[in-house]
Design a protein around this ligand. Structure first.
Ligand code: SD4
Length: 345
């Protein structure tokens, strides 16, 4: 069936006036629309999903939903995703983000400083330039030319405390969301406190979101402050199309979180999409690629976390992680809930 036919299937010619199949809703005009769905990484995904749902539930486009959704997390004071995140080892917060729509349009920014909403800049790169990716100073210049405000070059109080704690040892170890509480306490117990949220949960550096809209179109987004205390200039998987994010509207959309270097190594999100193309369910496809990473990393796999969430064209969502502790939020017409991901251990 062609993509256009899939978007709206008119049943009147078939003499059918009403039926239901999972994921599809007949409208009063007898046109089948897809039931929208959005999924986002970690517990912060719950709030992000609510913003995305304002778009999707009102009949809006997946692309708008995934941009608006993750902007909530970029704004979050208690969250490490945007400018409130942990700095690099020179004390500067540098941000990565990417966005992709249902027609292989994509845009990303990397090593971007002092801009509050890198995801919105990534979308402008996609829509207003002939390029896919802008980095560093050039990305910042573009953002300012597009009217984004240059925020002060300063750390949030929490990030400042974390950085001061890190400076005591200045030891470079990736501090990625392998249950952040544990990772930070291994590094230095004094780093724990700043990252504890008022509800006792621990937050993460990244949010990734995938969505299907009523037109049956998929989109995805990913935004991060990257690995805390990374080397200056380090770019992770999140802005790398095919690694941190990939969308093929014929098949599905996938987003990654965790140790970016190891997601890049296997072109992670694209690899998950290819597994869904071969017929695997979203969670089977995520598991397949997580297992591949574990094989590659051998005993070093215990030191990293890798997680994928995937959505397919039917609106089925799945996830898989290398280790326990990864959760993701899914919003459908039935509400918004947090799901504990399956993992290899
Ligand atoms: C990175 N994948 O920069 C990101 C980190 C992450 O929650 O997912 N943090 O490698």
């Amino acid at each position: 069936m062609s993509m256009d036919r899939r978007k709206f299937l008119n049943l009147s010619g078939l003499g059918i006036t009403s039926f239901t199949i999972s994921g599809f809703i007949p409208t009063i005009h007898n046109q089948i629309e897809v039931a929208p769905i959005v999924a986002a990484t970690w517990d912060a995904g719950l709030a992000a999903n609510l913003a995305a749902w304002k778009v999707l539930g009102a009949g809006g486009k997946a692309l708008d939903a995934v941009e608006k959704g993750v902007m909530v997390t970029e704004d979050e004071m208690n969250c490490c995703v945007g400018l409130n995140g942990n700095p690099d080892r020179d004390g500067h917060v540098t941000l990565d983000a990417s966005i992709m729509d249902h027609e292989f349009n994509c845009g990303s920014v990397a090593f971007l400083e002092r801009i509050k909403h890198p995801i919105a800049v990534a979308r402008r790169v996609m829509e207003k330039t002939p390029h896919v990716m802008l980095v560093g100073e050039g990305a910042q210049q573009f953002a300012v030319a597009e009217g984004f405000t240059l925020e002060p070059d300063q750390l949030s109080d929490d990030a400042k405390r974390s950085y001061e704690g890190w400076l005591k040892k200045s030891e470079y170890k990736p501090v990625i969301n392998i249950e952040r509480k544990k990772a930070l306490s291994q590094l230095d117990p004094s780093l724990m406190a700043p990252h504890k949220l008022s509800n006792g949960e621990w937050n993460h550096d990244t949010i990734g979101m995938v969505a299907l809209d009523r037109f049956g179109n998929l989109s995805g987004s990913c935004t991060t402050s990257g690995a805390g205390f990374k080397m200056r200039g380090r770019v992770g998987d999140s802005p790398v199309i095919g690694a941190g994010l990939y969308v093929d509207n014929e098949v599905g959309a996938v987003v990654a979180t965790g140790q970016g270097e190891d997601v890049i190594r296997v072109a992670g999100s694209s690899a998950v999409v290819e597994q869904m193309r071969q017929g695997k369910s979203p969670s089977e496809a995520c598991k397949f690629v997580v297992e591949r990473i574990r094989r590659i990393k051998k005993e070093k796999a215990k030191d990293i976390q890798i997680c994928f969430i995937a959505i397919n064209k039917k609106g089925e969502v799945g996830a898989f992680a290398l280790h326990k502790g990864f959760n993701y939020a899914v919003h459908t017409n039935d509400g918004n809930k947090l799901i504990e991901s399956s993992s290899l251990d």
